[in-house]
Design a binder for this molecule. Structure first.
Ligand code: ATP
Ligand code: MN
Length: 652
């Protein structure tokens, strides 16, 4: 029927197209459009075109590899994994057309087939999550809103590391029961207990109707990246890791082979609490020899992302590459900045900067060739998010983004970012290319500036100060921030937190190993360090207020323009920090916090109290831990605050 109206001569073609269209309409006037389908099955088949089918050999390799991963440690054979389309196996229509292919696996018992979805796309994962995971909805901005269950944050106390010969001597072990805490997050477990938990997780996963496998990379540096496999029970978890890992190209997928590291996430299933070493129904277990992680009893997705980070914190320094809990961006002059800081201090907010392409918001490595991001996505805090102050993050929340634990209107599906009814820790996970000026590939040259962020709720640290190398080491090792204790009415006392290297929860080696590598790299590359307080100004929490994001951004701009490098400074008491006297875009009066307090004696006492907390915390690292020379260790200690006897405990 088309041929009747199609031009026959080439030279007529362009002119004839509009005519062809009108004549088609004329032809169809008064006649209803009907599909080309023969029947309903045919109609569904027509709806989806198929991209080139996977080569059988590649497909078979994936299946064998997944079968190997899902193998029970106690029983010899892995589950029987066969191709879904195979004749004789019952398939349901919804499986028939899955583009990325699905696999039908037999559980060990051989009684109940398990469908394994391998590297599904976001659209497919949306559908699966909405079909099978209660509390999962598409919201008005297109994101997938879901709930992480009972846990809405990480469970650091439930982390266990297998004590085994290949890594035992390298690990910074947590102090044994009854010994005073040394700050290490690495509580030990034995290999047998790991296998018990692994078996529990694998049996749980093999028992489910469907599981998800995502294969991706950690690390943008092609020489040091790790191939990571995530096996999980929820489509939400698979989409989260699709966003957070580096997504393989089809060619990389075809040659993926055996993963370097595997996470078994059986988070909906609890630990058996009679198992040794367990302290709750949650356990996150790391086995460096087997290169496996098992998650039981928590569905908080951030556990997987930070699990991979922890693994990188072991393997990268072993190869001389420094892993860092930091955001990272790069200016027009190819000047790279790293933003260190504990949770909520501004790594994501400040590294996401319209003027500076984003390399990453949370996890980086610094090698001999420069910096690279570990991740393929960002994980932004959402509480109080506003389009006006953080437009880049706002725009990144769209189709493909996972929104965790946010509250939305039942009818309009508009998200209320101010609502903390589920948790304060609401989050958005999106691929890094959702940020308009992402720097892809996420790599950059050696950093020029290190920005050490803290959120000082005591309100005594200056909004910005320039650090000497030893001060930079001291503050990096200290890893200070403050939180506001409790939410009960009337409780407004800030509480200091110290977390070594601004990421104590993820360290595998002694903090001094990372610190010594940082000192060396700073020296080699002439890097300047800054301490930026994104916390309270005009008095402590309850009296003053958090410094305006606008001012902090102006400070960051002045660091990048070079203005603050040559600015005149004055030294603060006790901490001896070099504070610029002026900074473009920031009122002079807030640069020196002492000026902001009405009660000067209270200021001095509070500053002294904070210095005392720093000093007490630092004692455990003062000897250098065998990683830095005694001399350097001593000069780092000397760069800390000078606690004056008498003022140290002089505040409430
Ligand atoms: P995490 O390690 O948990 O991801 P993070 O360091 O990335 O934490 P952000 O997600 O950037 O922290 O959180 C900083 C929060 O503080 C944001 O919600 C931001 O809007 C808010 N904020 C308020 N004032 C400031 C300021 N002056 N500077 C930076 N952030 C600020
Ligand atoms: Mn962040």
């Amino acid at each position: 029927m088309k041929s009747a109206v199609m031009p026959t001569h080439k030279e007529e073609a362009e002119d004839e197209v509009p005519d062809a269209r009108t004549s088609t309409f004329r032809l169809n006037e008064g006649v209803s459009h009907s599909s080309r389908a023969e029947d309903l099955d045919d109609l569904h088949r027509l709806q989806k075109s198929s991209t080139k089918p996977r080569e059988d050999a590649v497909h078979q390799k994936h299946m064998d590899s997944i079968s190997e991963t899902l193998k029970s440690a106690a029983r010899v054979a892995g589950p029987k994994v066969v191709k879904g389309e195979k004749k004789g196996l019952e398939t349901t229509p919804s499986f028939k057309y899955t583009r990325s292919g699905f696999l039908r696996a037999m559980s060990d018992a051989g009684l109940k087939p398990t469908v394994v979805y391998h590297n599904l796309t976001p659209a497919e994962l949306y559908e699966k999550a909405m079909q099978h995971e209660p509390g999962t909805n598409i919201v008005a901005n297109g994101a997938l809103a879901t709930l992480s269950g009972a846990k809405t944050g990480r469970s650091p106390r439930d982390k266990r590391v297998v004590r085994e010969p290949s890594s035992e001597k390298d690990i910074w072990w947590a102090a044994a029961n009854n010994a005073p805490a040394n700050g290490s997050p690495n509580y030990e477990m034995d290999e047998k207990t790991f296998l018990l938990n692994r078996e529990r997780a694998v049996d749980y996963l093999n028992m489910l109707d469907r599981i998800y496998v995502f294969d991706g990379f950690a690390g943008w540096d092609l020489e040091s990246r790790m191939k990571v496999r995530v096996v999980c029970a929820r489509a939400y978890h698979s989409l989260f890791m699709y966003n957070m890992l580096i997504r393989p190209t089809p060619a990389e997928m075809a040659t993926f082979g055996k993963p370097d590291f595997t996470i078994f996430n059986a988070g909906a299933f609890p630990v058996n609490r009679y198992t040794s070493y367990m302290s709750s129904s949650t356990s996150v277990d790391l086995n460096l020899r087997a290169r496996e992680m098992v998650i039981l009893g928590t569905q908080y997705a951030g556990e997987m992302k930070k699990g991979i980070f922890t693994v990188m914190h072991y393997f990268m320094p072993k190869r001389g590459i420094l892993s860092l809990h930091s955001g990272c961006n790069v200016g027009a002059a190819k000047d790279v900045s790293l933003f260190f800081g504990l949770s909520g201090t501004g790594k994501t907010t400040l590294s996401t900067d319209p003027a500076r392409p984003l390399i990453g918001d949370d996890e980086h490595c610094w090698s001999d060739r420069g910096v690279f991001n570990i991740e393929g996505g960002c994980y932004a805090k959402c509480i109080g998010l506003k389009r006006a102050s953080e437009p880049e993050i706002w725009k990144a929340i769209r189709f493909g983004t996972v929104l965790e634990n946010v509250v939305f209107d039942e009818n309009t599906r508009e998200v209320d970012f101010d609502n903390n009814a589920v948790t304060e820790n609401t989050r958005a996970s999106y691929p890094i290319e959702y940020i308009d000026n992402a720097c892809i590939p996420c790599v950059g040259p050696h950093p020029k500036n290190l920005i050490l962020l803290c959120c000082d709720a005591f309100g005594v640290l200056p909004p910005v100060s320039r650090l000497t190398r030893d001060q930079a080491m001291y503050h990096f090792i200290s890893g200070y921030t403050a939180k506001v204790a409790g939410t009960e009415v009337g409780v407004t006392e800030p509480e200091a937190t110290f977390s070594a290297c601004f990421g104590g929860a993820f360290l595998m080696w002694h903090p001094m190993k990372y610190a010594s590598m940082l000192a060396e790299k700073m020296g080699q590359h002439g890097t300047t360090a800054w301490l930026v307080n994104t916390g309270w100004t005009g008095g402590r929490y309850g009296v003053g207020s958090r410094i305006k994001l606008r001012y902090t951004r102006a400070i960051i701009d002045a660091i990048h323009s070079g203005e603050l490098k040559t600015a005149q400074t004055t030294a603060t008491p006790i901490f001896n920090l070099a504070v610029p006297t002026t900074c473009t875009g920031v009122p002079d009066s807030i640069l020196n916090p002492a000026n902001q307090w009405s009660d000067k004696a209270d200021f001095d006492a509070t500053l002294g109290h904070l210095a005392d907390l720093y000093e007490t915390n630092f004692r455990k690292y003062a000897n250098g831990g065998g990683f830095v020379e005694k001399e350097l260790a001593a000069s780092i200690v000397a760069a800390g605050p000078k606690v004056k006897k008498g003022t140290a405990n002089g505040t409430a």
